[in-house]
Design a protein around this ligand. Structure first.
Ligand SMILES: NC(=O)c1ccc[n+]([C@@H]2O[C@H](COP(=O)([O-])OP(=O)(O)OC[C@H]3O[C@@H](n4cnc5c(N)ncnc54)[C@H](OP(=O)(O)O)[C@@H]3O)[C@@H](O)[C@H]2O)c1
Length: 275
């Protein structure tokens, strides 16, 4: 029986992935920073482990406990993440650090901890949850965008050095997914602080909220994560959702200036274009 280790399993995509892998007969190490959320009761297939990806000691014990419980780990889904939204200039440096600690360094912490196990077994897979915001820059998302660009660059490079050990790297790029991401997991600056950036900032953020209210279900992303997990090939990127697919396609085929103008105008007008 194969085992998947998932970060941020308390809600959204991570929770849906844990349930989907378990339904396919996998063992699931469903890790989360607060076990009290108790979205799963432990079953034979799904076991919960505490793991705050920003805390190296917590990552170390989660990997150790999952290995003790299941004997081996085949796939790691680096999913934990959240978003900062708003103008860069007014965002406190502590918030920016936490954005990077979670979305970038947290993902690296988990990757580093699992690598010796994967190398020893001469196989393994990292599935890193990026975003369509890892391929295109959106207004009012400079910090989140930059972390997902970092995840893309890290993964794209890492795949080369891990290939010799038969360890695969996959990137999942969802568009809008209906989870807690646009709610409790979104860190906004107080709108009264937008100052020189208003009324632009307030209008764009209102439009982004509207765009974020329509998307695919996390279960649809879970199916794509699973497809990546069982694939035998070395394909790196998987988009999830029509918006992610269209934006990636347009970015590839349009001149960059035209693409970015279209994207800006879509967000500024509040149109759900799928950009
Ligand atoms: N929803 C979208 O539209 C969308 C689109 C593209 C990409 N994504 C990406 O998908 C991933 C999952 O997000 P989601 O949409 O499923 O949102 P979500 O429902 O808010 O889930 C985020 C998860 O990350 C966990 N998390 C946050 N900080 C953590 C930390 N330090 N250590 C461990 N876990 C932590 C949260 O745990 P708590 O419950 O403890 O807060 C939660 O389980 C994120 O990487 C996000 O960037 C989402």
């Amino acid at each position: 029986m194969k085992t998947v280790f998932i970060t941020g399993s308390s809600s959204g995509i991570g929770k849906a992935a844990a349930e989907y892998f378990a339904a396919q007969g996998w063992n699931v190490a469903a890790t989360m920073r607060s076990l009290e959320k108790a979205v799963f009761t432990d079953t034979r297939e799904i076991r919960k482990f505490r793991c705050d990806v920003t805390d190296e000691a917590s990552v170390r014990s989660a990997v150790k406990e999952a290995l003790a419980a299941f004997g081996s780990i085949d796939v790691c889904v680096n999913n934990a993440g959240f978003s900062l939204q708003g103008p860069f200039e007014i965002t406190p440096s502590g918030d920016i650090r936490m954005q990077y600690e979670t979305n970038v360094f947290g993902l690296m912490n988990v990757t580093r901890e699992l690598l010796p196990h994967f190398r020893a077994g001469k196989k393994g897979m990292f599935i890193n949850i990026s975003s369509m915001a890892g391929r295109a820059g959106f207004p009012m998302y400079s910090l989140y965008n930059s972390t997902k660009f970092a995840v893309e660059g890290f993964s794209e490079s890492l795949q080369h050095e891990l290939r010799q050990f038969n360890i695969k790297v996959k990137i999942i790029e969802p568009g809008v997914v209906l989870t807690d991401f646009y709610g409790r997991s979104m860190v906004h600056q107080e709108s009264g602080r937008y100052a020189a950036y208003d009324p632009y900032a307030s209008a764009v953020i209102a439009n982004l909220e509207q765009i974020g209210s329509r998307g695919i279900k996390p279960e649809a992303v879970a199916r794509i994560i699973y497809k990546a997990a069982v694939s035998k090939n070395w394909k790196l990127r998987y988009t999830a959702g029509p918006d992610a697919r269209i934006s990636t396609l347009l970015r590839a085929v349009l001149p960059f200036g035209l693409f970015t103008r279209l994207l800006r105008s879509a967000v500024e007008k509040g149109v759900r274009t799928t950009l």
